[in-house]
Design a protein around this ligand. Structure first.
Ligand SMILES: Cc1cc2nc3c(=O)[nH]c(=O)nc-3n(C[C@H](O)[C@H](O)[C@H](O)COP(=O)(O)OP(=O)(O)OC[C@H]3O[C@@H](n4cnc5c(N)ncnc54)[C@H](O)[C@@H]3O)c2cc1C
Length: 417
């Protein structure tokens, strides 16, 4: 008889692993500390907004292979919304300049030869200056590799890299930036059409996965925190949740898909990323005005990306450590001023909510990247997953889902599935 599979943590890494294991016929038990699944990618009813909101706007790109495979696996292929072609609208609040990038679909980027389609104030030759990121080594930062601080940096590359890495781009790993660029911008517009979960993160990424798991008779232990792991030689032998001790036999597997600080508490001596960056999201209860782009990049303000929904306007500020401890009302007022200017709204600030995620992602610096462990551990039946493990990508949905795939593949091999 095949052994059991325990998946600890029902964020996207854990759900990715659990759904693969369940689909392959494993007897899966998911152990999640919170009362709901989704982790850092979750939706909930917010009383101030009077509706379901996401903890933060999550943007994925059409070229995210693991996102595509995961949504297909859980039966949610149509759960992402976005324009039919890659198109990115921007406004610079300082001088009111507005522009829309219109990349072509194919790999040869002829769009950069057209002044009307590229970043204002740039030349086609400016774009080639970023090629060194595509083959950067793991020790260098973007600041070491890229000298450009002109209009292309300020109006496209800095905002794009800050969003992708959630870390001040100058200090961020050139190799992680290169990995993102190789899979998106360098492959042509069809690989970076923006995509947003529709209508919520939970509806796209979480609820269908839980339904799949229920349909496969997986046990979902919500509100259950793993408090200790017992080892014997090269095997994990038991999981302790405080209320119960679950025995783990040598034929069973454990996928530990908790955040890095939780994994380090459970496994003495495990080296994990230990420096984090915040994200602040502001939600405003007002339908976006007609004709507004679904996503608007903002330069020169506190707001960075404005997402328009039928019932609300939501704003993301990445690498937000400088503002995360500020008063919530002050933040809402400041961000609303940017939104009003960017979208031409004269109405007073509507009902709002500020969501602060202090440890949204690990800092994508070369030093932190070097602290990411592999999925395989010294224990034969224990595997790690999470956006902070060695995925080769920054902390993103794509990275989290891929980490779950890798851990599930190792677990399936152990279970002979
Ligand atoms: C505000 C915000 C905006 C973001 N925007 C984007 C974006 O636009 N695009 C993008 O690709 N990515 C984005 N991300 C990153 C993305 O959300 C994460 O990379 C991804 O959700 C991480 O998933 P994970 O499963 O690795 O970790 P987590 O989501 O942290 O999951 C870990 C789970 O383990 C549980 N847990 C912890 N300790 C225990 C324990 N002892 N026992 C049992 N369970 C435990 C937690 O409750 C949690 O559910 C954003 C993140 C935030 C916070």
């Amino acid at each position: 008889m095949t052994g059991k599979a325990y998946v600890v943590g029902a964020g996207l890494a854990g759900l990715s692993a659990a759904t693969i294991l369940a689909a392959r016929g494993a007897a899966v038990t998911v152990i999640e500390a919170a009362g709901q699944a989704g982790g850092r990618c979750r939706s909930y009813f917010d009383a101030a907004i009077g509706g379901v909101i996401d903890n933060g706007n999550h943007l994925v790109l059409s070229g995210n292979r693991a996102v595509h495979d995961y949504l297909a696996r859980i039966g949610a292929h149509d759960a992402l919304a976005g324009p039919p072609r890659a198109e990115f609208a921007f406004v610079d609040l300082r001088d009111g300049l507005r522009w829309t990038l219109r990349p072509n679909e194919g790999r040869v980027p002829y769009w950069i030869t057209r002044a009307s389609r590229r970043v204002p104030g740039t030349k086609a030759s400016d774009y080639a200056k970023y090629a060194p990121l595509l083959w950067a080594d793991k020790k260098t930062s973007i600041g070491d590799r890229i000298a450009d601080r002109g209009p292309l940096w300020e109006r496209l590359m800095r905002p794009f890299l800050l969003a992708a890495l959630n870390t001040e781009p100058e200090q961020s790993s050139a190799a992680l930036a290169g990995a993102v660029l190789r899979e998106t911008l360098a492959k042509g517009g069809r690989f970076y059409r923006p995509r947003i979960a529709h209508p919520t993160l939970a509806a796209a990424f979480v609820d269908p996965a839980l339904q799949l798991l229920s349909g496969k008779n997986a046990s979902l232990l919500m509100g259950t925190r793993l408090r200790g792991l017992t080892f014997n030689g090269r095997l994990a032998m038991a999981l302790n949740t405080g209320e119960a001790t679950l025995p783990v036999s040598s034929g069973d597997v454990v996928v530990l898909a908790v955040p890095p600080w939780a994994a380090a508490d459970l496994i003495a001596g495990l080296v994990v990323p230990n420096d984090f960056r915040a994200i602040v999201n502001a939600h405003f209860k007002m339908p976006a005005p007609a004709g507004i782009p679904p996503i608007l990049g903002v330069i020169g303000g506190t707001a960075e990306w404005i997402f328009s929904f039928h019932d609300r306007i939501s704003v993301t500020v990445s690498g937000a450590d400088a503002i995360v401890d500020q008063d919530r009302e002050d933040l809402a007022t400041r961000i609303w001023a940017d939104v009003a200017k960017a979208l031409g709204i004269t109405a007073p600030m509507p009902a709002w909510q500020i969501v602060k995620e202090k440890r949204a992602t690990f800092a994508a610096t070369p030093a932190q990247d070097a602290r990411r462990p592999a999925a395989k551990t010294q224990w034969r039946n224990l595997f790690l997953a999470g956006d902070w493990t060695q995925t080769g990508l920054p902390a993103t949905i794509e990275g989290a889902l891929r980490s779950g795939e890798v851990a599930a593949a190792l677990a399936c091999r152990h279970l002979s599935l």
